[in-house]
Design a protein around this ligand. Structure first.
Ligand SMILES: [Zn+2]
Ligand SMILES: [Zn+2]
Length: 284
């Protein structure tokens, strides 16, 4: 399987607008790989786009993506869906306001998310209704798994109380990737599908030291209910036997530059930190 991380940032982009911190200033000066846009990825084998942050049009152009056949959402938080209108940007035939047939995008989506997707609206009503009516999107909802081309996709829900976020397992000819960008606690490590993956793509969680403002997360901080720490995430990756780990959804607040992440990655041959445009072939 061939994967590109279109955007390696988290719920804040780097540089965070107006921020004058060291990490943001360096990113403004040097651009990619220091700069990070919102969380999105692309599986080339089936032209599958995962999530649509606000910067998705720029990301697709920058990574020279020429065709999107499928779109899947991990969950519906704004940092992952703000750019949903990309389906119109891609598919619209300006003469008719309908889609070019060959540019229609198959939205593959767990039923639970499809029900909630209608809540994402413009002044004219649910976006999905309009996109389906114009033919930009053709929806294929599914319960827990679906096959597209040669890839089997398993959706594993993480119950976050107010909503369910999804971790996806992508498997092609015995090669397996687990994609878990955001809202992944409690991680479903009892599920056999997440074990011994060839690649685990996951957020690093909280860094305890070296944060902005010298902040130290107290033991009861609310973020600890939604995020693991970096050390816990590493331990998790060992417990579930991940052969390689790629960190994404890197928050501005972690106060770490691209160079600092490279140094952390030197300590463990299994791990890498993504940058925008990070490209990898996943093999056994
Ligand atoms: Zn900053
Ligand atoms: Zn997120």
């Amino acid at each position: 399987m061939e994967l590109t991380i279109l955007g390696s940032g988290g719920c804040m982009v780097i540089p965070k607008p107006c921020c004058q911190c060291r990490v943001c200033q360096e990113a403004r000066l040097k651009g990619v790989p220091y700069e990070r846009t919102g969380p999105a990825a692309f599986i080339h084998d089936e032209n599958l786009l995962i999530d649509t942050p606000a910067e998705i049009a720029i990301q697709l152009n920058r990574c020279k993506v020429q065709q999107v056949n499928y779109l899947i959402f991990s969950h519906l938080d704004p940092d992952h869906v703000e750019g949903f209108r990309i389906v119109e940007q891609i598919a619209l035939d300006f003469r008719s306001w309908k889609a070019y047939l060959e540019k229609k995008i198959r939205l593959i989506i767990p039923e639970y998310l499809y029900d909630r997707l209608k809540k994402i609206q413009s002044a004219y009503g649910p976006l999905i209704d309009y996109y389906e009516a114009q033919g930009f999107v053709e929806t294929r909802s599914f319960k827990s798994g679906i096959r597209i081309g040669d890839i089997d996709i398993t959706a594993i829900g993480v119950d976050r109380g107010s909503q369910i976020a999804f971790i996806y397992v992508f498997e092609k000819q015995g090669v397996r990737m687990v994609y878990a960008p955001c809202d992944i606690k409690p991680f479903p490590e009892h599920r056999s599908e997440v074990k011994n993956a060839d690649l685990l793509v996951i957020q690093p969680g909280i860094f305890e030291a070296g944060l902005k403002h010298g902040f130290v997360y107290p033991g009861h901080h609310i973020s600890r209910t939604t995020l693991y720490t970096f050390e816990e995430t590493l331990e998790l990756s060992y417990r579930i036997g991940s052969k390689r780990v790629l960190f994404i959804h890197l928050e501005e607040y972690w106060n770490r530059s691209h160079d600092q992440y490279l140094r952390i990655a030197k300590d463990d041959a299994r791990i890498n930190f993504a940058h925008d445009g990070y490209h990898t072939h996943i093999t056994k």
